[in-house]
Write a protein that binds this ligand. Structure first.
Ligand code: ACO
Length: 331
């Protein structure tokens, strides 16, 4: 069961360095025209000094400050990442330390680009199981550090960033209809292999670089299928109170356009910010939610669906009855 919760704080943090497609074309044999036409991407933020841990801490701090909850009140932290610098402690543990949260449940989930949906549902479930009132959910990725910069079909697609929300127990449930799913990746369509290490027992093992290996066309087919299924199921589950707005994982604008056409949805229902960020994996949905709210596109009273898909192969979604009033009205 999910605890009845609302989102009471949201924040994001992206690296300072912005790399446009034109600049990228200086290092990789590509062009703004090729990238933007096929993906909608125009630029991405690239971590130079920043780590995934730094970005997560900053996004979580902003979300907690906005929520006006104290560090002591936080009972659960769920972080998601596939690119954090440390295997242990968890990213959640690093966020806990930086935010001076004295005692809470803290753990990471790994579900590729669906990570935020998995983390959000996990946090609300843990709030119910452990009877806690406040949770931080944070997604942070430095995808550009895992790109093979000689593989132009993949490296142009990714960017870095983090997004976070604070959940608070509420009278009425505002996080609804969770869907978490996975299907075996039998063809290894998205894989990042860990660097192999030699041990006294294995003998010399050839060291391979850690980089994203992706079969783009297969990912496209998978993505449109699960996005349609997730949105279709959420729509049925919502019944008489329909979904107003949709914030999907920002992998490729063409995936979103395809689903709009096949499901006969309206373009204005979708928030799309991939032009400025590229694909930030699990961070894309919270960054998009944050931008949607900051720009005034998302307002209190909106029923918004989130939908993710990614390596695993994972997929998932949920409905959020948005309760934070328009930022411009707040100021
Ligand atoms: N710049 C210029 N040319 C390029 C580039 C590039 N960056 N990359 C590939 N090409 C060339 C190829 O070499 C090929 O040339 P050829 O015809 O002479 O052989 C041509 O462009 C077409 O290549 P394709 O790979 O067939 O390009 P396609 O039109 O299929 O688009 C893309 C590739 C954009 C990756 C597409 O398959 C896609 O969007 N797939 C979904 C992938 C995705 O969204 N992944 C997200 C990560 S995982 C996730 O978030 C779930």
């Amino acid at each position: 069961m999910l605890a009845p919760v609302s989102i009471v704080g949201i924040g994001k943090c992206v690296p300072e360095r912005v790399v446009t497609n034109d600049e990228l074309a200086r290092y990789v044999e590509t062009s703004d025209e090729w990238i933007s036409k096929r993906t909608g991407i125009r630029a991405r933020h690239v971590a130079v000094e920043e780590t995934a841990i730094d970005l997560a801490i900053s996004a979580a701090k902003s979300a907690l400050a906005m929520s006006c909850e104290s560090p002591e009140s936080v009972g659960v932290i769920v972080a998601c990442t596939i690119t954090a610098e440390e295997l242990t402690p968890s990213l959640a543990g690093r966020v806990q330390r930086a935010l001076n949260i004295p005692s809470c449940a803290a753990m990471d989930v790994s579900a590729g680009c669906t990570g935020f949906v998995y983390a959000l549902v996990s946090a609300a479930s843990l709030m119910d199981t452990l009877n806690r009132d406040v949770a931080i959910v944070v997604a942070s990725e430095v995808m550009t550090k895992y790109c093979d910069w000689t593989d132009r079909s993949t490296c142009v697609l990714f960017g870095d960033g983090a997004g976070a929300v604070v959940l608070k127990r509420s009278e009425i449930a505002h996080l609804l209809h969770p869907i978490l799913s996975a299907t075996p990746d039998v063809d290894d369509v998205i894989v990042v292999k860990k660097e192999a290490r030699s041990t006294p027992f294995t003998g010399e093992v050839e060291s391979k670089r850690e980089s994203i290996q992706m079969k783009g066309a297969d990912v496209f087919t998978y993505a449109v299928g699960v996005l349609e299924n997730t949105l279709g199921e959420l729509s049925v589950r919502c019944g008489e109170k329909p979904i107003d707005k949709i914030v999907p994982h920002q992998a490729n604008e063409k995936i979103i356009d395809f689903v709009i056409r096949t499901m006969k949805l309206r373009r204005e229902q979708f928030f799309v910010n991939i032009a400025n960020y590229a694909n930030t994996s699990s961070a894309s949905i919270p960054i998009a939610l944050c931008d949607a709210w900051e720009s005034g596109w998302l307002n209190a009273g909106d029923r918004v669906a989130i939908a993710g898909f990614g390596s695993g192969l994972t997929s998932g979604g949920a409905v959020i009855d948005w309760t934070i009033s328009n930022k411009k009205e707040n100021n």
